[in-house]
Write a protein that binds this ligand. Structure first.
Ligand SMILES: CC(C)(COP(=O)(O)OP(=O)(O)OC[C@H]1O[C@@H](n2cnc3c(N)ncnc32)[C@H](O)[C@@H]1OP(=O)(O)O)[C@@H](O)C(=O)NCCC(=O)NCCS
Length: 219
């Protein structure tokens, strides 16, 4: 159990946390180069993001591991990926069209590229980390990560994530991640950094980078 430097308890999230945590995710991800690339109009982005993160939250609770703080101002959605996990591409395409409407093609492209460059080595994948914008820069995000890293270190497993800007990349570098080759999104899209945190007990400093060619798949 981790207590942040704001005396917040880090705990697993359940469906009962849906309301506040979907809001935290949608608002935290609302700004930034990736968000603006996905949906340039801020109002439309907010509408789509609430639906997108509603889907992401419930998927995380059902299939992954979601953590929050006792005041519900932060969310981390992790997925154990102990072997390569194929995506049901048709189902996902339909879901993204339902969620994002006319903006779906860029969401599809983003997920397709993330998927294509995903490492095959066993690891846990940090799909989303979000702190309420009014509570950022107080150590909450770092505390959520440290809590999960402790668990991974006990299991001897690495962590993988995609950093979407230089600010969050800085946080991950501080917490022991190595930046691998970037993903450059087309149509003047932002740069994404693939980041890996090795498990000291098993894989040491070895990283699965670089994969020279993307894995299969097209939606
Ligand atoms: C990234 C984030 C989870 C960090 O949580 P936090 O509680 O604000 O961070 P901490 O106080 O523990 O650590 C501060 C560091 O977080 C990063 N950070 C802070 N605010 C950020 C923001 N709005 N966007 C991206 N990174 C941010 C910076 O690296 C900062 O360190 P710095 O002093 O060198 O700038 C949080 O800021 C957030 O939700 N940002 C928007 C969504 C996002 O970028 N999520 C990560 C996706 S890969």
């Amino acid at each position: 159990m981790t207590v942040t430097n704001n005396n917040l308890l880090v705990r697993p999230a359940t469906e009962a946390d849906a309301g506040p945590l979907i809001g935290v995710l949608a608002e935290a991800f609302h700004e930034g180069p990736l968000a603006e690339w996905l949906i340039p109009d801020a109002d439309e982005r907010r509408t789509v993001y609430y639906q997108y993160f509603r889907d992401a939250f419930y998927h995380g609770v059902e299939h992954g591991q979601v953590y929050t703080t006792s005041d519900q101002t932060a969310a981390a959605i992790w997925y154990p990926r102990l072997e390569p996990t194929p995506t049901d591409t048709r189902q996902r395409l339909e879901a993204l069209e339902r969620i994002a409407g006319v903006y779906a093609p860029k969401f599809v492209l983003l997920e397709e590229m993330f998927d294509a460059f995903h490492p095959d080595d066993p690891h846990h994948y940090l799909a989303y980390l979000a702190v309420d914008p009014t509570r950022q820069n107080r150590g909450i995000g770092a505390a959520l990560l440290a809590d999960y890293h402790r668990r991974l270190d006990q299991l001897g497993l690495p962590a993988y994530l995609e950093a979407s800007n230089t600010s969050n990349r800085r946080l991950y570098l501080r917490l022991g991640y190595t930046a691998g080759p970037t993903i450059v999104l087309p149509a003047e899209g932002p740069i994404i950094w693939r980041m890996w945190r090795g498990a000291p007990t098993t894989t040491g400093g070895r990283t699965p980078f670089p994969r020279t060619r993307p894995r299969r798949r097209s939606l």
